[in-house]
Design a protein around this ligand. Sequence first.
Ligand SMILES: Cc1cc2nc3c(=O)[nH]c(=O)nc-3n(C[C@H](O)[C@H](O)[C@H](O)COP(=O)(O)OP(=O)(O)OC[C@H]3O[C@@H](n4cnc5c(N)ncnc54)[C@H](O)[C@@H]3O)c2cc1C
Ligand code: SF4
Ligand code: SF4
Length: 403
Amino acid sequence: MNNIDDMKGKNYCTSCGMCSAICPKDAIQITLDNNGFYRPVINEELCIHCGICKQICYKYDENYSKEKIKFHPICLSAKNKNKNELHNASSGAVSIELMKICLELGYKVVGVKYDYEKDTAVSKIASTNHELLGFRGSKYFQSYTEDAFKQVMKDNSKQKYAIFGTPCQIYAFSKAAELRRRQDKFLLIDIFCHGCPSINLWSKYIKDIKEKIKLSKFDLIKFRSKTYFWHEFCFDFKSGNKKFTSSKYGDPFYELFFGMDIMNEACYNCIARSSMVKTDIRLGDFWGWQYDLDKEGVSAVVINSEKGKEIFNRVIDKFIIKEFSFKEIIEAQSYGKEHNYDKQRRLVVLEDLNSNLSMRRIQKKYRKMLPISNQLKRMLKNFLKIFLGDFYIKLRQKKHKKI
Ligand SMILES: Cc1cc2nc3c(=O)[nH]c(=O)nc-3n(C[C@H](O)[C@H](O)[C@H](O)COP(=O)(O)OP(=O)(O)OC[C@H]3O[C@@H](n4cnc5c(N)ncnc54)[C@H](O)[C@@H]3O)c2cc1C
Ligand code: SF4
Ligand code: SF4
């Protein structure tokens, strides 16, 4: 057998979808499995065992290892001077400015949109500024990539593409570009990545929210509401004139997302998020004590190539910029780190997400499975947030500045 069903692949599937996009016989289809992860399914009748899918899949890449940097990276914090863009972005609104300049330079842009009919995240191709608007804001689960990636890979013209995605998606594009010897066609921009949870978590969560506020469809969902402020993880849901912001204390989606037990297995020990060799620019939130008191959002920007530098310099005036070291930028990120999880909790929650239990019931059951120390930590954090607020953060900042 010479396709991605070959068990010699050492790692778990990231759900990037590139094997399907590059297959010359359209023999691979990406489907959602029972646990809520996208997986390739091969039609053996169509497969000619050419092995091209294996050549772009990281599972078979013997030379791919963590913590390699190909370029002396330029590390910055960046905050968009335009308050409206800042409000609509997850962090410092760097993505949208890069996307706009890419269109001006003749690229088409691949980014991730929310599909309000199907309540899912989808990678799409944009050719106009208007189409870029839907790409704003992170959607915290893996996007369905198959159609857009296929369209890009089948385009044999000179059209250039700027690809925005997770590090595993960017790895796949980089390999496909190498294979086709068309690196010049692509600008690759990824994100610092915590990982992607089961899509069943989102499906259950959004179903419960709709029941709770008695609406069947939303016009806008912001995964990172800035209604409270940037560091609070909660959602804004909008339908017509109605707006609902989820709780900043113990939102079930974010509690399970940060709990780590129901991530895609590839995310626990991910090589892609801990390597920058394949990406021109990496974007993220600037986590860490430096911006703990910032309420509007600040991005971390790591420029990894001459191409990345050239593009970023064209938009640099749009931002308030400060330079940092690589160590400072990655300090509070999961870059270079492995995530721990509990196999038993994972099995239980994945099963519960497929059941009739409500999100709140699943959350309560989940909390009971956690060690008592985790439960106390969560309660203490909420207590400090409520009663000390900014004062607690200022104390933390003082401690860090002394080091
Ligand atoms: C699953 C996931 C995990 C993340 N984990 C971290 C983390 O651990 N640390 C950190 O600092 N930052 C993380 N981020 C990135 C962060 O949330 C912001 O996307 C990033 O800082 C860019 O913000 P912005 O303000 O410049 O632009 P925004 O306007 O927020 O732009 C969002 C960008 O992300 C893309 N995007 C949206 N949803 C997805 C998706 N599901 N998959 C791929 N691309 C998507 C859009 O196309 C756009 O380019 C994560 C993002 C995602 C989607
Ligand atoms: S990691 Fe990507 S290329 Fe490899 S099998 Fe999974 S979807 Fe296909
Ligand atoms: S942690 Fe790695 S495998 Fe998981 S979504 Fe991020 S880049 Fe992909």
